[in-house]
Structures are given as C-alpha cells and as structure tokens.
Design a protein around this ligand. Structure first.
Ligand SMILES: Nc1ncnc2c1ncn2[C@@H]1O[C@H](COP(=O)(O)OP(=O)(O)OP(=O)(O)O)[C@@H](O)[C@H]1O
Length: 493
C-alpha cells in the first residue's frame, strides 16, 4: 500500500533522513522506533505531506504522493500528530465530527447518516461515548489524545499515521487503545504506521518494525528479528537484555540501569541464617538471590531472600496449594514476593545440610528426602495414576556467584542427575514397576545465586560449579534418604 524509496530530507544544511526505503502492506501495523532526533517525526510528516519531499519517492496504492490533492489525500490518510493544538470551545463529539471534513462535498455540505455513524463508532471505539457532550478543555491529557484519535478514525482512512499514539495515557488506556487499533487493522484492513517510544509496546502490537538511527534505517523486520540486544545497544546507547514474553511469542526488553555492580559481600553464604523447627526449615539471606525453582510459591525466576521448606501432614490436600502456601507464609510475616516456598511430608529433622567451599566455588545445599511416591521416570507411563501426595525430595542450593540463564538451567539438570544417582545407589524402587526410581512425583529444586562475584557461564558436570553441585546434592540426598529410612523403621512421621 505504501512504498517509500530512497527518501532523504534536510532542514537547512542538516540532512536528517538518508535514503530511507521501506514498504508497508495493506492491513499491516507498522512501527517506527528510534532515539530522540533520529528522524521519526520528519519521516511521518513526509508521509502525510505536511513536509514537501526533497529527494526520493513515496507512493500510495501505486500513485505518487505528490499527485494527490490535500482533500484526496485526506480521504485516504489520517494523521494523529505528536502535539495537537486543543480547539477550546468544542465538545468531544464536535471535535470528532471535524474528521468528516474530507468526505463532505460541495459548497454547503450535508451531514449524512454515514457521517453520523462514522463519528459514533469512532467515539465508542476510544471509549468516550459517555463524555461526548463534554468540552474537550475539561478532559485529561490522555482523554484528549483519545478524542484526536477518534477524529482520525472518523475520517475512515485507509492509512493511519500516528506519532506516539499513547502519549499521556496510563498503561490500561494504552493497551486498550492499541487493542482497538489492532482490531481495526484486522477487521477493516486499516493500515497503521505508528511511532513508538516504548519498545515493548511496539513489539507486542506491530507486525513489523523499522529501527531508525541518525536518519538511517538500521533494520526492518518482525519484532523477534529487530529486537536484538546489540542493535538496541548501538542505537539507544544503553545496555538491554532481551527476554521472552510470558504469554505471547514476542520479545521483551529490559533496559539495564547504569548502576555500580553489586559490591561483593564477603562470605555471603556464611551470613545465611538457617532456622529449623518441626514446622519449617527457613534459609534467610541478607540480600536477594536470583532463583530458578519449581517451588509451590516463587516458581520460575524470582529474586528471593527466604527459602522455606514447610512440613505438611501426609494427607495434605488442597485445591489451590499455591494460594494456601501464600497464606501460610503471609501469616508468618514472610514477603511472598521474596520467598520461595516448598512443602514436604518428610520429618524435617531428617534434612541434610552440606556446605562446600572450594577455590572457585562456594555453595550451600539443603535436602529433605522422602520416597513414598518414588517413581521411575522412564516407566511412569505404566502407572495407572500418579500419586499426587506432597513429596518428597526437596533440594535447595544457594550459590555464591553470578549465573547465566544457561548456568541456572544446567544447575537444575546437574542437581536432578545427582539426585537420581543417589536413588540408584540407595536402591530406591518404584513400587509400581519394581525398577529403580529416579525421583518422586512431586520433587522440587531451587537454584539460587547471589549474582555477585565469580561468573559461571555454565553449570554442567564438566564445570567446577557442576561438579560441586553434583557432589553436594548426591551427598545430601543420600544422607537425607538414610535418615528418612531409619526413622520409618522407628516412628512414622
Ligand atoms: N523544523 C525543524 N527545523 C530544523 N531542524 C529540525 C526541525 N524539526 C526537526 N529538526 C531536527 O531534525 C532531526 C530529526 O527530528 P525529528 O523530530 O524528526 O526526530 P524524532 O526521531 O521524531 O525525535 P523525537 O523522538 O524527539 O520526537 C532532529 O535533529 C531535529 O532537531
């Protein structure tokens, strides 16, 4: 629908756009990103003919932009500029009605049913139906922005040009408005070209993005191709980290603040406070540890200061164990956002604690082990139903060092392998298949790292960290298992 070829532009002596070339398809939501002064607004003004072209070519549906009259262009293209001058004295509806100018004909144009329908739909779409008779000077900045967007939508354009459309809006309004626009691109094949400052919003809503830097196109493509750490670092001169969105397959970026690296606290593991009772084992750290866990509370990545292994009865049963565990933690004054919480029916006196300090690696491991639900993972499919009792082998590993994401995942793998080996050597059987068990049906692992000091890129079994994890987890699991089995010979816990 839109083709831009070798577009350059200069204000006086200063060239601010250099040979910009791209195309936008009909129905596409196309985002323009770039730092302040990179030429985004100038580009948009050239697309709307607010600025006269100096060099290059822009075509709309195959016709050069220069050959459209202003009125012809207004029937195809609507613009929401960065700053709109407020026309005081108009109501919301009257302001939106101005969007119909492009469709009025003759010296004394008649207001038609089509005009009325277009205005009402636009006002409703931006959620201002209830305020349509209100003067726009009595609206908030965000509401006013929505009125101007409605005016642009009432124009029923094929191409909508937006300069920071969600300026002044709170988060909910931004999402709501972009959801609506996205729906219009799908339903009405409206094409949107929008300037964004929020990279994550652009990534969520745009089909493709164009990244501008000092008036030049750095790259064009789908968000997952464009949102790339090194390109963003180069363009925005800021360190960023790319991550996966938790729900949709688009990337998210986090800008990393230029703060002093965390000061290395000596012997961070020595200052851990470990409290043991029949009800719970609590490992408390003075600073948050970055943690990857499968715990009931705090699963996934989390920064945590407290690691709680709580004893529950053998017949513990709850529809929403996570919520129940959160209530338990809150009632005991734990901050649930800073706590990793797991459960076990095992007697907590039988926990094993292993502290290892070698030249390059220091870690502290706590294991509770019960094997009532022991399962051979390779044969679990033979079980008619997997027992869902709380179990079982809970492993907490606190590491003094900085782990990459790869190292976190490898630490999980190494710990799991060492646990399985402990079960093998202790000859723990899956009672259903009578084969050696590899774990229990509800095991839990938490890998926590201080994220200070030594950097560990990997934690597989060939690395010093992996070796220390394997050795500690094996030792602690064997010890905890033996205590558990000995007690079962004496007292049922
Ligand atoms: N009317 C003007 N006269 C002279 N220079 C201008 C004019 N308008 C913009 N510029 C310059 O052109 C360059 C590009 O400006 P532009 O507004 O297009 O950037 P932008 O990427 O939209 O910036 P922002 O993110 O701050 O809105 C800047 O260096 C700016 O100072």
């Amino acid at each position: 629908m839109l083709e831009v070829h070798d577009l350059s532009y200069r204000y006086d002596e200063k060239t601010v756009l250099h040979d910009v070339t791209f195309t936008v398809e009909k129905g596409e939501f196309f985002g323009i990103l770039g730092p302040n002064g990179s030429g985004k607004t100038t580009l948009l003004k050239l697309l709307s003919k607010e600025l006269a072209m100096q060099k290059g070519m822009i075509t709309l549906n195959g016709t050069p932009l220069v050959s459209f009259s202003q009125k012809e262009l207004a029937q195809l293209v609507a613009v929401l500029p960065q700053n709109v001058e407020t026309s005081f004295g108009y109501t919301v509806k009257e302001t939106v009605e101005l969007g119909r100018y492009a469709h009025q004909r003759g010296l004394f144009p008649k207001w038609t049913d089509d005009d009325e329908r277009a205005v009402i739909e636009a006002v409703e779409r931006v959620g201002l139906h209830a305020k349509q008779q209100q003067g726009i000077d009595r609206l908030s900045g965000g509401e006013r922005q929505r009125v101007y967007l409605a005016r642009a939508l009432a124009q029923q354009p094929s191409l909508l040009l937006l300069d920071e459309p969600t300026n002044h809006m709170d988060m909910a309004q931004q999402m709501n408005l972009l959801d609506q626009l996205k729906q219009w691109t799908n339903e009405k094949r409206l094409t949107v070209v929008a300037i964004f400052h929020d990279i994550n919003l652009a990534s969520l809503y745009c089909d493709r993005l164009l990244l501008l830097h000092e008036g030049r196109v750095v790259c064009i493509g789908e968000p997952s191709d464009i949102i790339e750490e090194s390109a963003l670092k180069h363009v925005f001169d800021a360190a960023v980290r790319r991550q996966a969105h938790p729900v949709v397959p688009t990337p998210l970026v986090t800008f990393l603040p230029k703060i002093e690296p965390i000061k290395k606290e000596r012997d961070v593991l020595d200052s851990l406070k470990v409290t043991k009772s029949q009800e719970q084992i609590v490992v408390a750290a003075s600073k948050p540890f970055k943690t990857l866990s499968s715990a009931v509370v705090g699963a996934g990545f989390q920064w945590a200061t407290h690691f709680v292994n709580r004893h529950v009865p053998n017949d513990y049963c709850c529809d929403d164990a996570e919520e129940e565990m959160k209530q338990y933690l809150k009632a005991r004054s734990f901050n649930v956002h800073r706590t990793v919480g797991m459960m076990t029916a095992v007697c907590l006196e039988d926990a094993a604690y292993v502290y290892r300090k070698e030249a390059d690696v220091a870690l502290y491991t706590v294991v509770t082990a019960g094997v009532g639900n022991a399962v051979d993972a390779a044969k679990a499919w033979e079980h008619e139903s997997v027992a869902q009792t709380i179990g079982t082998i809970n492993i907490i590993i606190l590491i003094d060092g900085q782990l990459t994401d790869a190292a976190f995942v490898q630490a999980m793998m190494t710990a799991t392998e060492a646990k399985a080996k402990a079960l093998y050597d202790e000859h723990v059987l899956d009672p259903n298949t009578n084969t050696i068990a590899t774990g229990t049906s509800t095991d839990c692992v938490a890998i926590a790292a201080s994220q200070q000091g030594a950097v560990f890129d990997y934690a597989g079994t060939a690395t010093p960290l992996g070796k220390a994890i394997g050795r500690s987890v094996y030792k602690a699991t064997v010890e905890a298992l033996r205590k558990y089995r000995k007690r079962r010979g004496d007292v049922e816990c």
